[in-house]
Each structure stands twice: as C-alpha cells, then as structure tokens.
Design a protein around this ligand. Structure first.
Ligand code: OAD
Length: 244
C-alpha cells in the first residue's frame, strides 16, 4: 500500500478528524500564499510591516489600501477542488457520526464558499471589517475614505483579521487545541508551520497519539514527524485522499 492509499484508509476509518489549512490550499484559486503575496505594487513592504496595529496607526492609508486590494482579489476567486474535498470529508464524517473540525489560518472565506460548516478561523476573515477602538462590525463604509470611520463611534475601520502581536479570536485556539488533542487523524494542508500558536496544533495531535497526514508542495518542519507526508498540490492530492 502506498502512502496515499494508507492515508486515505486512515482518514476513512478515523474515529474523529481535524483538518488544518494554510495559505497553500488557496494558492490554486489564485490567491498568493502569505509569503509570496508581496509582489508587484506591494513588493517593497514586508508582511510584518503591514499586518500590525502599529503599522496601521503609523500609516493607516497604506494598510487599509493593502487589505482593500487583497479583499478585492479574494472576492473575485472561487474555491478549488482542495476546498471542495475538505467540505466532502466533513459530509462523509457526519454521515458516519465521526466528529470533525476544520481549523483554518486563512482569512479568505473560501472554505465556507465550498460548503464547509464546522470550522474555526484562527486568524479572522478579511471579508469582515470592524472598528479599531471598539470592534464594532461594519457592513458598509465610504469608499473614498482611506480608512473610513466607524458609523457607531467614529474610530477607524480595519480588517477583522488577526495582526502580528494580537490575540486570536476568543476561544478559537482553545477549541482547535481541544479537538487536536482528541482526534484520530489530523490532516495538515498547505501551511509552512512557521506561525505560532497554529503551528503547535499538529504537535498536540501527535503527542495525543493521532495519525498526522501532511499535504504540502514543499517540506516543512512537520514533514519528518508526520505519519504520512504527501508532497504536491492540495487541489490534486485532496480529491484523491477523500474518496467516496
Ligand atoms: P505560508 O505562505 O507561510 O505557507 C504556505 C504553504 O503552502 C507553504 O508551506 C507552501 O509550500 C505550501 N503550498 C503552496 N502552494 C501549495 C499548493 N498548491 N498545495 C499545497 N501546498 C502548497 O502560509 P501559512 O502557513 O498559511 O498569519 O501562513 C501562516 C500565517 O502566516 C498566516 O495565516 C498569516 C501569516 O503571517 C496572520 O496573518 C496572523
């Protein structure tokens, strides 16, 4: 039995499943991964220089415009076969009564667009906007303001994503860690495993005795520890991994 076959069998029979995804799963939808994103217009910035509250306060226009540019890209693309395979995996798990949780570091909302319902967004969602001071959600704002102001309190609007140095959304990491500590199979897709605390989740699963499957275009710090490491594109491997 090759690795793909063995991993497929483990997934099909798992008593419970946690899937964790990173930017790699959305690459085939045309969204550059986080560490490839600083091209063209934005190549002179580093993510660490834009994705912080300090950066926003220093240059609110640049940060708002960068996220507006990314939001437009996200709204113009569709989920790919990798996203759809994960939604199908959730449906198959539900059909046999196996607990399932998807934990994503992505802020693009493509998992929901593909039909995933049981999910935790560790880093927020770029399609949502909230205000800087009070977190008031905003659905509309003046398109000619950079950044616009909150209708409720007048403070600046910002993307509802987690910036470097910020806390994760309340309870998000706790639910993800609890599921990782109690799963039969942990499937880790398209993440470089460089950003904590998300990167610790596969280790939590391994320590708890879960089988860990990694799908990634390149080796990562997890590769040597995974039960099965499947090198390649998520959009090609996941549909094969999630057989009916
Ligand atoms: P990265 O950009 O760090 O890593 C993307 C990973 O996807 C790499 O390991 C690639 O090898 C892999 N990859 C690329 N294309 C792929 C494909 N078609 N199929 C499978 N794998 C592919 O993105 P993340 O790991 O998601 O945090 O980054 C984690 C966090 O770092 C992000 O959520 C963001 C960033 O700082 C915040 O914004 C808080």
């Amino acid at each position: 039995m090759d690795d793909l076959e063995a991993a497929r069998a483990a997934l099909a029979g798992a008593r419970s499943i946690v899937v964790m995804t990173g930017a790699g799963i959305s690459a085939e939808s045309g969204i550059p991964t986080f560490r490839d994103a600083m091209t063209g217009l934005w190549s002179r910035f580093r993510p660490e220089d834009l994705a912080t509250e300090e950066a926003f306060r220093r240059d609110p226009r640049a940060v708002w415009d960068w996220y507006a540019w990314r939001r437009e890209r996200v709204e113009g693309v569709a989920p790919n076969p990798g996203h759809r395979a994960i939604a199908r995996l959730e449906a198959l798990a539900a059909a046999r009564g196996a607990p399932f949780l998807l934990v994503t570091q992505n802020v693009d909302g493509l998992h929901q667009a593909a039909g995933s319902a049981r999910l935790v967004e560790l880093h927020g969602n770029i399609r949502r906007v909230k205000c800087l001071d009070a977190g008031h959600p905003a659905a509309r704002w003046a398109p000619d303001e950079h950044p616009p102001r909150c209708a409720a309190c007048g403070s600046w609007l910002r993307p509802d994503v987690v910036w470097f140095g910020e806390m994760l959304p309340e309870g998000a990491f706790e639910s993800a860690a609890a599921a990782a500590a109690d799963c039969g199979v942990f499937l880790c897709v398209g993440t470089s495993g460089l950003v904590e605390p998300a990167a610790s989740l596969p280790r939590v699963a391994l320590r708890a005795g879960a089988r860990v499957i990694e799908v990634n275009a390149e080796p990562t710090p997890l590769t040597a520890h995974a039960s099965w490491s499947l090198p390649g594109k998520a959009g090609e491997i996941l549909p094969a991994l999630v057989a009916e």
